[in-house]
Write a protein that binds this ligand. Structure first.
Ligand SMILES: Cc1cc2nc3c(=O)[nH]c(=O)nc-3n(C[C@H](O)[C@H](O)[C@H](O)COP(=O)(O)OP(=O)(O)OC[C@H]3O[C@@H](n4cnc5c(N)ncnc54)[C@H](O)[C@@H]3O)c2cc1C
Length: 453
């Protein structure tokens, strides 16, 4: 007979919430701790203009099936909308539309022969399913070879530099392949515009529903309580939170960034620790502007121009119309940097001041008095950097300690991190725990599992 485990989940982002929901639903006694006062991690939103908006821009792809399934299960599928998106590329001081195959042929920053090569390589990458051939080569090496150095430097190389800075040349081709492949999955045909998804009312709708469902199944959710230490006593783990309170559990699910897992479990064997500590993350700094007018007519503007030192400008209200936000325009000015980069320590007003000097390059009419409000958000572990032979350095979900499981964005592969894959991580962990319990690899408490409803 299946038996009930006491399970502690560390981290209340999408991965932790999904794992906690699945495990509570299977009848286990689940406790979740989230260090921030708000649940949702990187996908969380804050109240704004009568609704809520993500701290960091968010959309979904048509291929995000795990997240859609979870939304259906939680009764919020009617909040998902799928709308056409507009993509642009900022280079040589202007915006080039980049929403369709024809736009690639009109990309005047490189000669026609380069555009044709870019088009052909894109078409090829959209149809490759066996990504393993891209694991041992960097994107820079592979792309230079197939589109040539000029096209690479001005288009894809410029985008890689805008996201990964000095690490751009280290990014594996498998990461780049996935970016191209995924965007095709959000198009029904080559000539149709991409459609992207959004949860109307923000990701908080999903986050709140997950928290409610955990509690409905008897789980406990502690927002605003970080886990400070975890110690092994006899057959259990004692989880000590930031109030000093200790909670005994049979199983620990850590959904926090890899270096933090290594810190919580100093007794981990060296090979596993090396995998955790070997993960390098880019940080993200996002300036969100509320304006009285649109900056452009593009939703997603990639930047490949060293004079505009950002990774992207994401004009949310060119995707979800301003009517949802009391007629206001909402623009994220996004920059990914190394965790040691000085931009990460700028004050909010300094981040704004820098943007004010650059935004007229995107729209010469832009004036500071368009800005009605602004916020700056920072995330240190925003993007794990996928380098060559990355698969060999991914820490296993089953950590080499009794009853300890790890599920974080560094383990998402070959896809790039995203909310859908954090849902998948949560599902996977619940599945592994069920498997280990039935194989006798986990020692449960004595009370039997309650039936899920
Ligand atoms: C700028 C940006 C844009 C993005 N855009 C998109 C997008 O368009 N579409 C998309 O699908 N995804 C997007 N993502 C990615 C997506 O948001 C994340 O991949 C996903 O939300 C990660 O969820 P998670 O649960 O795995 O991790 P996290 O959200 O990082 O959750 C981990 C949680 O653990 C908590 N924690 C850490 N230490 C402790 C501790 N000691 N005790 C308790 N709690 C602790 C943290 O506070 C955090 O809440 C974006 C991310 C960023 C940064």
């Amino acid at each position: 007979m299946a038996r009930r485990l006491r399970i502690g989940v560390i981290g209340g982002g999408i991965a932790g919430l999904t794992a906690a929901y699945r495990l509570a639903r299977s009848g286990h006694a689940v406790t979740l701790w989230e260090r921030q006062t708000q649940l949702g991690g990187q996908a969380a939103a804050f109240p704004l203009l009568g609704t809520a908006l993500e701290y960091f821009y968010h959309h979904l792809f048509l291929s995000d099936r795990e997240l859609v399934t979870l939304s259906e299960e939680l009764g919020i599928a009617d909040r998902l909308v799928w709308l056409p998106s507009t993509v642009g590329f900022f280079a040589q001081g202007r915006i080039y539309p980049l929403s369709s195959a024809l736009d690639v042929l009109r990309l005047g920053i490189v000669p026609l022969q380069d555009r044709l090569r870019i088009g052909l390589v894109t078409f090829y990458l959209q149809h490759v399913r066996d990504w393993r051939r891209f694991e041992e080569v960097t994107a820079a090496t592979w792309l230079r070879r197939w589109v040539g150095s000029r096209a690479f430097d001005r288009v894809w190389g410029a985008q890689l530099r805008a996201k990964f800075g000095p690490r751009a040349d280290d990014v594996a081709m498998v990461w780049f392949w996935n970016k191209i492949y995924l965007r095709t999955q959000s198009r029904r045909s080559l000539f149709e515009r991409e459609r992207l998804g959004y949860v109307l009312g923000s990701f908080n709708v999903l986050i709140d529903r997950l928290a409610e469902a955990i509690q409905k199944h008897g789980g406990q959710v502690h927002a605003g309580l970080g886990v400070e230490t975890i110690e092994r006593h006899e057959q259990r783990w004692d989880v000590r939170d930031s109030t000093g309170r200790s909670t005994p559990v049979d199983v620990v699910v850590a959904t926090i960034p890899s270096p933090l897992v290594a810190k919580l479990f100093p007794q981990l064997p060296e090979t596993y620790r090396a995998k955790l500590l070997g993960t390098i993350y880019q940080a993200a700094v996002t300036l969100l502007l509320q304006t009285s007018r649109p900056l452009s007519d593009t939703y997603w503007l990639n930047i490949g121009d060293p004079d505009l030192p950002y990774t992207g400008i994401i004009e949310h209200t060119n995707f979800i119309p301003p009517t949802y936000y009391q007629g206001k325009h909402l623009i994220y000015v996004s920059k990914y940097v190394e965790q040691t980069h000085p931009y990460l320590s700028l004050r909010d007003d300094e981040v704004l001041a820098a943007a004010l000097s650059h935004l007229p390059k995107v729209n010469p009419a832009f004036a500071p008095d368009w800005i009605e409000n602004y916020w700056v958000f920072r995330e240190r572990a925003a993007q794990p950097i996928v380098t060559v032979r990355y698969r060999a350095q991914i820490p296993e979900h089953r950590a080499p300690l009794p009853g300890v499981y790890v599920a974080n964005t560094a383990q998402i592969y070959p896809e790039d991190r995203g909310t859908n894959y954090s849902v998948r991580l949560g599902n996977t962990i619940a599945h592994l725990i069920a498997e280990d319990l039935s194989a006798g690899r986990l020692v449960p408490m004595s009370s039997p599992v309650r039936e899920a409803s």
